[in-house]
Design a protein around this ligand. Structure first.
Ligand code: HEM
Length: 406
């Protein structure tokens, strides 16, 4: 069995599109990843994906961007604005933890910082379990901790959220409540489709735990990277700041350029379920592992130009290449949260009410409008606990152009 490394953009697209290459990144992380959507293959994967996709029903994005997101953001940002400063990493995790929990369907009845921190701690443990393949710790020790975290999650969050939703779903099935009154989240979809999917309790629990981690880390890290790239760009192009605060198309373009440079998951792994022919990489044999380097593919000069390694929101893109490259994956496992987080690239002349900015651009826009600037005294610190290129701390101050706090 060989390992085939892919780092060119077109090869990466071809491999990710193949339906004969199965997910392989989470084989060691089964304690929290067994039988969750991203680990499934073939018909089973298709059935679950199509079912869960229903969460993005009519008007979902407008509902999310206009109703769910603003109050969560305001509540989370308020203490930082009052303090006049924030660590973007901490802020990013707090806000996205709440957003992802809303999307997954995990209630937080206390609505306070302690509750968010508790959920965040559990979700960080799930992630440690999911990415055991990159861990330097004793795998059995990590698995024991993850099992304990899953139990705690079940008692404190999952079971009460499930009971509340089950009552509403049953009332809907009796005809006592209208479909529009059902919560719009993944858990409700799973409960509505419980006969079709027949998920055992442990799979149901892991599926929700997976959604929490799929959304939280990637959104939080992408927001910090985008702020870093944009603040650095503004330092070199002083006129850009005012434009970013008012021109949402340009803001989204800058966020997409940062997403291209900093894919949350730098690699995707696949294993061949049967022999696969590729146009440029020859035959892949059954059982071969394919490692797709998303980070490198997104910097492929033949696609993104000679300055592919640098942040340039004005770059020309070839036809049919997304501005964020392969950051949200491609093919059958392409990210379900792509449009939610990245928005939709507007067609020329689209009216403002038809635009969908995406959560990362909304977060960045809000921080900029409140005058977020690099902290004059505290430097950002890189996260050395992971091979992934993330920030451990990113201090900013909130200051208007006149020097007054916003
Ligand atoms: C900037 C933020 C995000 C990035 C960069 C990102 C990236 C990715 C990537 C690269 C994959 C594919 C992995 C593979 O091919 O093996 C993926 C899958 C997935 N993502 Fe995201 N993600 C983000 C946010 C989210 C959010 C907010 C959600 C949920 C609300 C989410 C839900 C999922 C799900 C469910 C899958 C699995 C899809 C499947 O296997 O069919 N992601 N994501």
């Amino acid at each position: 069995m060989r390992t085939i490394n892919i780092s060119e953009f077109r090869d990466a697209q071809e491999v990710l599109k193949s339906r004969d290459l199965a997910q392989a990144l989470y084989e060691k992380g089964g304690v929290v990843m067994d039988d969750v959507l991203i680990s499934l293959h073939g018909e089973e994967h298709h059935k679950r994906r199509v079912t869960e996709f229903a969460v993005f029903g009519r008007g979902f994005f407008r509902y999310y961007e206009q109703e769910v997101f603003p109050p969560t953001l305001e509540q989370t940002l308020a203490p930082y604005l009052e303090a006049g400063e924030a660590d973007l990493v901490e802020f990013g995790y707090r806000v996205t933890m709440n957003l992802t929990a809303d999307f997954a369907g995990i209630d937080r009845p206390a609505q306070n910082t302690e509750e968010t921190e508790r959920l965040l701690k559990l979700v960080k443990k799930f992630s440690e379990g999911a990415t055991l393949v990159h861990s330097t710790r004793d795998p059995e020790e990590v698995r024991t901790e993850v099992r304990a975290a899953l139990e705690e999650f079940d008692d404190a969050f999952l079971t009460p959220s499930r009971q509340r939703r089950m009552r509403i779903v049953e009332a809907f099935e009796r005809g006592d409540v209208d479909e529009s009154e059902l919560p719009r989240d993944v858990m409700t979809i799973l409960l509505k489709n419980r006969e079709k999917l027949k998920l055992p309790d442990d799979v149901f629990r892991r599926e929700l735990a997976f959604y929490l981690q799929a959304g939280a880390h990637s959104t939080a890290n992408s927001t910090t990277h985008a702020m870093h790239e944009i603040l650095s760009w503004c330092a070199r192009h002083p006129d850009a700041r005012a434009r970013l605060e008012t021109d949402s198309t340009f803001l989204q373009r800058c966020v997409h350029e940062s997403l291209r440079l900093h894919p949350a998951s730098p690699v995707a792994w696949r294993r061949a379920a049967c022999p696969v022919s590729t146009s440029r990489r020859g035959e892949i044999e059954t059982g071969d592992r394919v490692v797709v380097d998303l980070h490198q593919a997104n910097r492929d000069r033949s696609i993104f130009g000679d300055d592919a390694d640098v942040f340039n929101p004005h770059r020309e893109l070839p036809q049919a290449v997304w501005p964020f490259g392969l950051t949200f994956g491609y093919g059958m496992h392409a990210c379900m949260g792509r449009d939610l987080d990245g928005g939709v690239v507007p067609k020329d002349g689209a009216p403002p009410e038809k635009r969908q900015l995406g959560i990362v651009a909304m977060l960045v826009g809000e921080l900029l409008r409140h005058g977020a600037r690099s902290h004059p005294d505290l430097k950002p610190v890189a996260d050395t606990s992971t091979e992934r290129n993330n920030w451990a701390r990113y201090p900013v101050v909130f200051q208007s152009a006149t020097g007054l706090e916003s």
